[in-house]
Design a protein around this ligand. Structure first.
Ligand code: PEP
Ligand code: MG
Length: 849
């Protein structure tokens, strides 16, 4: 028989429902109740442990096959969900949460259960329990006061006036987090009440968590209903979004997951994505967030506690926004989409309401209340049939735990990796900041469950030279701390349980790899001299000082671009002058006489800084970005300029300004530097009065007035990433126009040529530090165009240096001249690839005996 559990905020109400039901069915129903809490000061509320106990009390009865849980509202739903998590695994499949109205549903279900109804029958009976009431009261609707808006007075009637749309969901992976996030974001722009119905369950379209946990799969039918002033408009927009596959590509809907889905096992080997080459073998160790101790306590000032929670959620939203911007910039908009989804997940009104209700009714502290609400949502995700959607539970949990960390005062980016001996790091996924903070020398390799080769951590793992395999799927998470595992980052292979012979083979391969790498790095220490004798300076782009070591090992002849904005991210306030001075001096010291080009803060655009409270800009890439922002905010800019000027007193430090589009901007910088120099002089602090200055050429305007700019600076550095976006009028973070934002576009190449000519005429050095600099396919072209120095991701240095050494200036010029005659990026890239392949073939032939 089917048992019933009644969950209510009030112990009396729960008992009352039981009494009523037993009275009607006259014995023979299996009912248990979980009402109220056991907290004397706060008896109204619900308690997952009580709910779990009530469920268990029924399930241990031999005649009870399944249990239907009915609950009143708000946190009762959460507690029922959280109770699910507390039950023994074996019981969970016999527990079913039912959205039926509590009193009517319990009565109807009990009657059906008593006569031996199946689970489906009892469930359906409970769910339809309101129908007789609706029918009976229909004749009273004409008496509703005319002034009462229909939607509020009688939802059923309002729904009758609603606009409806039926969608057959086209997305390959169903309505997963990203398409659902797009839908929620779209709906929020309209003045309409929108609900979605799937398989008999209806949820508001404003709640991402409820929407995703509907478990909508490809080809499922979804009914959208909208009412309110914008009903028709929102339906039209939703239809257009659905026709556009909810914004997902048709074939590949989720890059990381597709990679995870492609994981296969070949014998003892699990195959993931080859994220960073190299071989490693050794004990595994998981990267963990520090555990947060929750001490449930009764609070007196519930309003203050609710405020604390709201502030914590708001702070985490900012963290996620920053991470999104950082990831978009470093990896791509598609990869960054997950942060949008996480923002909607934790910004979900439903979740916050549930937590606030727990604060108010149960007098829980903010962290315990949030934890309770979060666990309920996570349980809802985990209970989904679809393994793909069920994994989104980790995304909610991850974002939700940030709120707990914030409330506990634990730094946002605190992650622990502290193995007793050097180990292979295992994680779900890696953020750039995780990799950058890894203890040097203690990480033999990296294995992640999620992420692709362009994943967040993969790029940094490569630049740090740590072998890594990403997107290994759930297999990664089954690895225990201390278990010996092996990996080949070049092939994307992971050995979960290598036998003694395999371990030995992997050890030998690692030795060979280390020797080969150290030889290639040794070769990279020598200057990059062309066959015709000219030398090209090859430097590194770094985002955090932690990347310096690999840069030097890889043969960097200095740092050509230090993106200082990374020093400003993930904190509550900008770094002080002294803090910056220390960082710049330390970096310069480690460079041991090699030049360090510090780029001043380049925020705005895709890199907002939460604490700067920059006003919203409709087109941030065309707004207050880089030097424009700094000049308008001397309070932020001065400490950085002072720190740079002071660091340059003892080391070959240079400064470089981003996003310059006018000559006057450099004039203003000069005036500011003069002022600061006078200040430093008066304070008796040493500084470099001849600080070398450079300008990034990354706007079309800067190219066109390069001759004027050249008079004010000592060098140019071409930022092809931005230059391509501004010349091509195509957002560098918009995947839809990705092919336009290519440095190989003929217009961009002409801009490079113009810049080089202006630099030459003025007798100043012209460097290039966009991603293009690290692409060996571009090397001949750039040298042929007359570039003096290249600055790139540290990992690219050995290869680019080898490419330079095989070149001859006359040949490079010929390649550049030919390229400049071509009319499309496609043709140019194909030609340069051919040149590179021919070169590689020649090299192979030379090295063969
Ligand atoms: C560029 O725009 O090419 C550049 C190097 O700067 P960033 O990528 O940091 O904008
Ligand atoms: Mg730039």
């Amino acid at each position: 028989m089917i048992g019933l559990v009644i969950v209510s905020h009030s112990a009396q109400l729960a008992e009352g429902v039981r009494e009523l039901v037993e009275q009607v069915v006259q014995g023979g129903a299996a009912i248990a109740v979980a009402g109220g809490t056991d907290i004397p000061d706060a008896p109204i509320g619900t308690d997952p442990a009580k709910v779990a106990a009530a469920i268990e009390s029924l399930l241990i009865r031999p005649e009870v096959s399944d249990v239907l849980v009915l609950m009143d509202l708000g946190s009762a739903i959460m507690s029922a969900e959280a109770a699910f998590d507390l039950l023994p695994e074996a019981m969970r499949s016999r527990v079913h949460l039912c959205e039926a109205p509590l009193v009517e549903g319990a009565l109807a279900a009990a009657v059906r259960a008593k006569i031996g109804g199946s689970l489906a029958e009892v469930y359906a009976e409970a769910r339809d329990a309101l129908a007789p009431k609706i029918e009976q009261l229909a004749s009273w609707q004409h008496l509703l006061p005319a002034a009462v808006p229909l939607a509020e007075a009688a939802p059923e009637q309002a729904d009758r006036e609603s606009v409806e749309l039926t969608i057959v969901v086209p997305n390959q992976l169903g309505l997963h987090a990203r398409p659902a996030a797009r839908l929620v974001t779209l709906v929020a722009q309209y003045d309409a009440r929108v609900t979605l119905t799937h398989d008999g369950r209806t949820v508001p379209a404003t709640s991402l968590n409820r929407l995703v946990t509907l478990g909508v799969r490809q080809h499922d039918v979804l009914v959208v209903r909208a009412s309110g002033p914008d009903a028709s408009a929102v339906i039209e927009a939703i239809e257009a979004l659905a026709l556009d596959n909810f914004g997902d590509p048709i074939e590949v809907t989720e890059p990381t997951e597709i990679i995870a889905a492609a994981v296969s096992e070949e014998g003892d080997v699990v195959v993931g994505a080859p994220a960073s080459e190299g071989v490693a073998v050794g004990p595994a160790f998981h990267l963990r967030a520090p555990a947060i101790e929750l001490e449930e306590g009764v609070v007196a000032d519930t309003a203050a506690e609710r405020q604390r929670l709201r502030e914590a959620v708001a702070a985490v939203m900012e963290q996620l926004r920053t991470l999104r911007a950082e990831t978009t910039r470093r990896v791509g908009a598609a990869e960054a989409g997950i942060f949008d989804a996480q923002m909607l997940m934790i910004g979900d009104r439903d979740l916050l309401d549930a937590a606030e209700e727990a604060i108010e009714l149960r007098r829980l502290d903010a962290a315990s209340a949030w934890n309770l609400a979060l666990r309920a949502v996570v349980a809802r995700y985990r209970a989904l049939d679809d393994p793909y959607l069920a994994r989104r539970a980790e995304d909610v949990l991850d974002a939700g735990q940030r709120v707990l960390r914030h409330l506990a005062g634990v730094p946002a980016d605190a992650l622990l990796f502290d193995p007793p001996e050097p180990a292979i790091l295992v994680a779900t996924d890696l953020r750039p900041s995780d990799v950058a903070r890894l203890p040097a020398g203690r990480v033999l390799g990296i294995i992640t469950a999620e992420g692709g080769v362009t994943g967040h951590g993969a790029i940094l793992a490569r630049s740090l030279g740590i072998p890594a395999v990403t997107g290994v799927g759930a297999a990664a998470l089954t690895i225990a701390d201390g278990q010996i595992v092996g990996l080949d980052g070049g092939a994307g292979h992971v050995w979960l349980a290598p036998d003694a012979q395999t371990i030995e083979q992997l050890r030998q391969r690692r030795e060979r790899w280390l020797t080969e790498r150290s030889e290639s790095r040794k070769r990279a220490q020598a200057p990059a001299r062309l066959r015709s004798g000219e030398t090209i300076e090859v430097a590194a782009n770094i985002n955090l000082p932690g990347e310096l070591e690999t840069a030097l090992l890889n043969g960097a002849e200095g740092v050509g671009l230090f993106r200082t904005e990374f020093l400003y991210f993930e904190r509550e306030a900008p770094p002080s002058e002294e803090e910056q001075l220390e960082i710049y001096r330390d970096a310069a010291r480690r460079l041991d006489g090699r030049p360090l080009v510090i780029r001043t803060l380049d925020v705005g655009g895709d890199k907002p800084l939460p604490y700067l409270r920059q006003p919203h800009e409709p087109n941030p890439f065309l707004g207050q970005r880089g030097l424009r922002y700094c000049l308008d905010h001397p309070g932020l800019f001065r400490p950085q300029m002072r720190a740079i000027l002071r660091a340059a007193a003892d080391y070959p430090v240079r400064v470089m300004f981003p996003m310059v589009s006018r000559w006057e901007e450099l004039v203003m910088v000069d005036a500011l530097i003069d002022e600061i120099c006078a200040e430093l002089q008066a304070e008796g602090l040493p500084f470099d009065e001849d600080l070398q200055r450079g300008v990034m050429i990354e706007t079309p305007s800067a190219v066109l007035i390069a001759d004027h700019l050249a008079r004010l600076v000592d060098f140019f550095s071409i930022g092809t990433n931005d230059l391509a976006q501004y010349i091509m009028a195509a957002d560098r973070d918009n995947a839809a126009v990705a092919s336009l934002v290519s440095a190989y576009q003929p217009a961009v190449l002409r801009a490079i040529r113009e810049t080089v000519e202006a630099g030459r005429a003025a007798g100043i050095k012209v460097s290039l530090c966009g991603e293009m600099a690290g692409d060996p396919k571009a090397t001949a072209l750039l040298i042929g165009l007359g570039i003096d120095a290249l600055s790139m991701s540290p990992a690219a240095i050995p290869l680019v240096k080898e490419r330079i050494r095989r070149l001859d200036m006359a040949e490079a010029k010929r390649i550049a001249a030919l390229t400049l005659e071509m009319s499309s990026a496609e043709e140019i890239e194909a030609y340069l690839s051919d040149v590179e392949q021919t070169e590689l073939a020649a090299k192979r032939m030379e090295s063969e005996p």
